[in-house]
Design a protein around this ligand. Structure first.
Ligand code: NAD
Length: 423
């Protein structure tokens, strides 16, 4: 199996083949730009040394990949996980470039991470490690340079420590020119966060779902949905889908899934999960594998990577898949799904509501003027709908699948910006 960065390059090359005829007058420049996009602009790495609570010193490998900034400052999360690697941050930074281009927000892509299992650290050690990461990167990030955000295992509290460390580190050298809060997004509301950020990814997905339902000439009440993962993204997606009249018949978490014929109430399922520790026995229990193979109209993977793979893709009975999680489908599974005519709305479109509201947070920080919840959601909806319309039009025009259609639009935007700059 390819590593994630090889997958990202393979996807780029596939899109380039389709786009190349549009650039026949500048084919040499086009080829150069595509070659450049295969690798991040730069990959920073270091060993961060912190003092542990028992007085010993420990080192942690840390990365930041800045993929492309032709359309605006680099933008991307920071992941704390034991499986973080250079090839992973390189791939994730590439996908961030495409994700920001999909909804047209003025950012490029980046990603960072530390090789650590944060559950093995005390709160004080976690704070020291978060601050050490920012001290290392302080001059390489900033509102107009690179804007980090939370990702796997990083929280609003961690962003708050990071903002503080950034302000202290650069403040000492009189290097702060913009509101330092605008250097990080995903901050708590009390520290410059945005209204609506918590639900943004799930709700953005439901805006896309409504467009998809219309395009397929279906009625929400007749559409059945299974959601894998009942965390931030899965819960908010399910809740807003039910509020819009869809039938969410199954949800799951790491312990397993639950099925309710006729549809469940996500708010009640969440209350049950809080009490019992899992969604499993809310309705009829089922395994995560069984959930993926349910006879539903829409399957929504909203948990882990690579859950739809070559061994189970052919068993999927859903008519469409919306990737609310990042990277749930392997390239081998993509081919099987396309053969079986399963419609796929890719992660870079389906879950881009999150980074879009992060962009709104940055805009509010830079203005020093904060919007109401209604204003934030009111600005999110048209961007998600437009992104869907563009994907759909490209899909029809080029007769390609949803992933390829989304990538064509995104890569084209980045290529055009690079060519205009003479990159
Ligand atoms: P989360 O930690 O809040 O929730 C993850 C959920 O997945 C939990 O319910 C957990 O029990 C479940 N899960 C874990 N292992 C599982 C397994 N083996 N089978 C089934 N379920 C399992 O995370 P989240 O913020 O909801 O993120 C979910 C996905 O969405 C990730 O891929 C993330 O990168 C992506 N994403 C999140 C955001 C965001 O704004 N939070 C934005 C874009 C993409």
């Amino acid at each position: 199996m390819n590593n994630p960065h090889q997958n990202a390059i393979a996807q780029l090359n596939q899109v380039a083949l389709l786009l190349r005829p549009n650039y026949s007058a500048r084919s040499k420049d086009f080829d150069r730009v595509i070659k450049r996009l295969a690798e991040p602009d730069r990959v920073l790495k270091t060993q961060l040394k912190i003092t542990m609570d028992d007085g010993s010193a420990k080192k942690f490998m840390a990365f930041r990949a800045q993929h492309n900034n032709a359309r605006g400052p680099y933008k991307g999360g920071i992941r704390f996980h034991q499986s973080v690697s250079e090839v992973e941050v390189k791939a994730l930074s590439t996908w961030m470039t495409w994700k920001c281009a999909v909804t047209g927000i003025p950012y490029g892509g980046s990603k960072g991470g530390i090789v650590v299992n944060p559950r093995e650290l005390s709160v004080a050690e976690l704070e020291r490690l978060s601050r050490a990461y920012v001290r290392w990167l302080a001059t390489k990030i900033g509102p107009w340079i690179d804007v980090p955000a939370p990702d796997v295992n990083t929280t609003g509290q961690i962003m708050a420590w990071m903002v503080d460390e950034y302000q202290q580190t650069l403040g000492k050298q009189d290097l702060i020119q913009e509101n330092p809060l605008a250097t990080f997004t995903g901050k708590p509301l009390e520290l410059g966060g945005s209204q609506g950020r918590e639900e943004a990814t799930g709700l953005g997905g439901v805006f896309v779902l409504k467009k998809l339902t219309k395009a397929l000439k279906l009625k929400p009440e007749t559409v059945t949905i299974a959601v894998q993962g009942f965390g931030n993204v899965g819960f908010w997606f399910a809740k807003h889908a039910v509020d819009q009249g869809y039938q969410v018949v199954a949800v799951s978490d790491s312990k397993g899934g639950t099925y309710v014929k006729g549809g469940l109430d996500p708010v009640k399922v969440l209350a049950h999960k809080k009490k019992q520790g899992s969604v499993v026995d809310f309705g009829k229990p089922l395994t995560n594998e069984e959930l993926l193979e349910l006879e539903v109209d829409l399957l929504v993977p909203a948990a882990l990577e690579n859950v739809i793979h070559k061994d189970n893709a052919a068993k999927i009975k859903a008519r469409a898949i919306m990737e609310m999680g990042n990277g749930p489908t392997t390239p081998e599974a993509d081919e099987i799904l396309a053969k079986n005519k399963v419609l796929l709305i890719p992660d870079v479109l389906a879950n881009s509501g999150g980074v879009t509201v992060s962009y709104f947070e940055w805009v509010q920080n830079l203005q020093g003027y904060y919007w109401t919840h209604k204003e934030v959601i009111g600005k999110l909806q048209p961007l998600m709908e437009k992104a869907f319309d563009e994907m759909w039009a490209t899909k029809e025009k080029h007769q390609v699948d949803g992933r390829m259609a989304t990538y064509i639009t995104a890569v084209q935007r980045v290529v055009d910006a690079m060519l205009l700059r003479g990159n």
